[in-house]
Every structure is written in C-alpha cells, then in structure tokens.
Design a protein around this ligand. Structure first.
Ligand code: HEC
Length: 316
C-alpha cells in the first residue's frame, strides 16, 4: 500500500524537468547580466529600506520602525496637527527646541496670519525650513507661501489621498517590474521544486497588492497597520529567497549544492522517504475508507434491525 502511494506521488512531482536551461548551465555573459541586475536591484532594495527607516521610521519621533510609525504615516496622529507632529517627529533635527516650541505655540494659538510675522514665526521658517521647503522641492510643501504653512496647522489625518494615489501607482508599476525580472531569472533555478517555484514567484505579486491595499485600509482604520508590516515582510522574504537561490546556483553550485549544505537539502527533496504531508494524506484516506465502511455497516444494521422494529411499533 505504502509503495504504490509513493510512486503515484512521484509522477506528479516533476522537479526533474529539463524544459529549460538550469541557471548553472547558462553562458557566462548571461550569468554576468543576471548577476549585475540582481546586485543592482538588491542595493536598490537596501536604499529603499533605509528610506523607509528615515521617513516612516521617524514618524513617532523615535528612530526605528514600529506599528505607531505606520499608523501615524497613513492614519495620522489625530490628537494633533501635522506641523506639530512633524516638529516632534522627522523634522525635529531641523530647528532647536526653543524655535520649535515657538512654532507650536503659534499653532495652538490659532495659526493667525498677523501673529505669523509679529511673533517671528516667518523668520524661523525662512532660516530653518525654506532651504528644503521651497518652490523647487517636489513632493513637500513650499513654505515660502503662508497658505502652505497654514494648511498644515489642521488635524493630522495621515497620508493624503493625492500622495497615496501617487505612491500606489508608482509602486505597482515599479515593483512589479523588479519582480518580473527577479522571477524570470529565478524560474531557471533547478534546486527548487516546481511547486515551490510557483509559490516564490507568485507570492511577491500577492504581497504587493496586499501591501498597497493595506495603506488605504490603514488610512481608514489603524488596525490595518499590521497588514502593512506583514505584506512588506512577505515581499522581502520572497525577494531574498529568489535572490540567494539564483546567485548560489549560478556561481556556487558545486560548493553549495554538491559538496555543501545544499546537498543535504537536495537529498531530502529527492529521498524515497515518504514526506510527512504524504503520510498525513495517506492516513486521512485510510480514515475516510474506514468511516465509509462503518457507515455502510450502520445503514445495513438499521435497515435489517432498527427500521422493522420502529415500523412495528408505529403499526401498534
Ligand atoms: C533637510 C531638508 C529639510 C528641512 C531643513 C526641513 N524639512 Fe520638512 N520635510 C523635508 C522632507 C524631505 C519631507 C518629507 C518627508 C517627511 O515627511 O518626513 C518634509 C516634510 C515636512 C512636513 C510634512 C509635510 C506633509 O505634507 O506631510 C512638515 C510639516 C515639515 N516638513 C515641516 C518642516 C519645518 C517646520 C521645518 C523647519 C523647522 C522643516 N520641515 C525643515 C525636508 C526638510
């Protein structure tokens, strides 16, 4: 019984497929091309993480990424104004304590246009902020205009609709391309079974959509900040897996998959030992058969003994 189960299992498990050229057998120029792309994208990914750390990571005023950071970035910190949050958060280093306090006082007093000049707020903004917040700067408000400053003295409701639509489409187009090529390179890998390859290649797209959806959901309710983290990590893990496997297969196939730790993995993958999942499925099937037999037996008993008794009882 166990033997037939194993062989049927094997015929569906086509990791021995030779429909493509395995990564290690590609010509060196192609390997250089693939490696160049993977390394550049890998460095890009690192810069993206650093950027997240410095923008979102500082949203709560403390270094390092936390759930609060994500809630403040997308849902906003609804207990204060954007200007105050930023002066306590990512803009903290741009002005000394006293000047930041003066700006916040002005905000609390109603952000009046006369007081803006009279209290010297304009001078502070001009000397501390305008070097970045000016007409030339794209994506951040231009503080040479009073209205732009004033607009930030209302309740902080996180990312705006405009910024979310912008970042969403840029991410969808850009990141799907990155995973297109990383996935294409990885699809030539031979050490991963077809099943797991499909998962690793498909996952980033699922996580990408989930990630962007979760920004919008977090804008509506802070509960979804967890989904932002989860989807982001899922994307990172799939990326890492495909990246490392591709590089190892191209350049270190022998030391890793023949003489190194990878050999044990391949042994395990190809071993004639029935896997745990197969075994569980086998016992489930046996259990199902037993239940069916028990059902047939119970039905026979009922028809031959139970039902006549009940019928006789009703007749009386
Ligand atoms: C070194 C350049 C630089 C300086 C100086 C600077 N900012 Fe910023 N500011 C940025 C960048 C970049 C962003 C966008 C990233 C972010 O939100 O952290 C930003 C964002 C902001 C935002 C959020 C805008 C929005 O629409 O969400 C506020 C408010 C702000 N800055 C206030 C200030 C104030 C007040 C000062 C002066 C005390 C200041 N900034 C000085 C670069 C700067």
């Amino acid at each position: 019984m166990a033997l037939t189960m194993k062989s049927t299992c094997y015929s569906t498990n086509n990791h021995m497929t030779t429909k493509y050229t395995p990564l290690k057998d590609h010509d060196t120029p192609i390997k250089v091309l693939f490696t160049g792309y993977l390394c550049t994208v890998g460095i890009g990914y690192m810069f993206a993480l650093i950027q997240i750390l410095f923008t979102h990571g500082m949203a709560d005023g403390k270094f390092g990424l936390s759930v609060d950071d994500i809630v403040y970035s997308y849902y906003g910190n609804r207990s204060g104004t954007v200007l105050e949050q930023k002066l306590n958060g990512s803009m903290k280093e741009n002005a000394p304590e006293k000047e930041r306090f003066k700006i916040m006082e002005w905000v609390r007093d109603g952000a009046d246009s006369d007081a803006y000049i009279a209290d010297g707020i304009e001078t502070i903004i001009e000397s501390r902020c305008v070097m970045c917040h000016n007409k030339e700067a794209s994506g951040i408000p231009d503080f040479t205009r009073f209205e732009a400053v004033k607009a930030l003295t209302t309740q902080d409701t996180g990312a705006t609709f405009e910024s979310l639509t912008r970042v969403s489409h840029v991410h969808m187009f850009g990141i799907s391309f990155i995973f297109m090529f990383v996935g294409l390179i990885f699809s030539f890998a031979e050490t991963t079974t077809t099943q797991y390859k499909c998962i690793a290649i498909g996952m980033p797209y699922v996580f990408l959509v989930a990630d962007i959806l979760s920004w919008w959901l977090t804008k509506i309710h802070p509960m979804f900040a967890w989904l932002v983290i989860f989807a982001g990590m899922g994307m990172g893990v799939s990326f890492m897996f495909m990246w490392v496997t591709s590089i190892l297969e191209m350049w270190l196939f022998k030391p890793v998959f023949i003489n190194g730790f990878g050999a044990r993995y391949l042994q395990l993958r190809d071993s004639s030992e029935v896997s745990l999942a197969d075994r569980a499925w086998f016992y489930l099937k046996v259990l199902g058969q037993q239940l069916k037999l028990a059902g047939i037996f119970a039905k026979e008993q009922w028809l031959s003994r139970g039902w006549p008794v009940v019928k006789a009882w009703f007749k009386k």
